[in-house]
Ligand binder design. Sequence first.
Ligand code: CDP
Length: 203
Amino acid sequence: MIIAVDGPAASGKGTIARALAVHYDLPHLDTGLLYRAVGVATARAGRDPDVEADAVAGCRIDETLLTDPELRTEVAGALASRVSRHPAVRAALLEYQQAFARQPGGAVLDGRDIGTVIAPDADAKLFVTASTEVRAQRRHREDALTDYDAILADIEARDARDSGRSAAPLRQADDADLLDTTDMTIGAAVQRAIALVEARIRR
Ligand code: CDP
């Protein structure tokens, strides 16, 4: 079974995807981490994330970079959003993600284009969202050292860039179930996600 989980920054999609992977005993891939690694590698090499050829050079990711805590920062998120709009970067990461999705037994993947591009044939697709303010509050709780207004501005900029780009923009797949977590606890959101997946696979 392939489960696709997409949505904007801090919507809860990563937590939900991890919980679904545990519940169904499936491997999980956080595809945002790949783009974050490309963004950070590009910046560390002194290259320009807005120049496609520079960002493509950052696609040869060293596996150890994927565990670097710097990847979790909002700076890395913004770098990821800049490199991820280049079609050649998306193409370079496509095969790895599709092979992960199609492994025997299936997988759970979360990102921005899983239900639309990476696994359009997924058995269940969730589009996880929440209000911008709630998403900024969640990030602020994880990163209390950064000013709330700066986080809110960053999330708004990232949403605009991710939704407005021409290559695989962030959008809900036609056959995805919408899960708005604005007023939900993590536990309630996970229960709802499982119920939506169950309803899909019983159809
Ligand atoms: O955790 P959060 O939602 O803040 O970010 P993420 O999922 O780690 O993704 C970071 C950035 O990578 C996003 O803002 C997107 O620009 C990009 N991304 C993408 O383009 N496609 C994906 N499948 C995953 C992430």
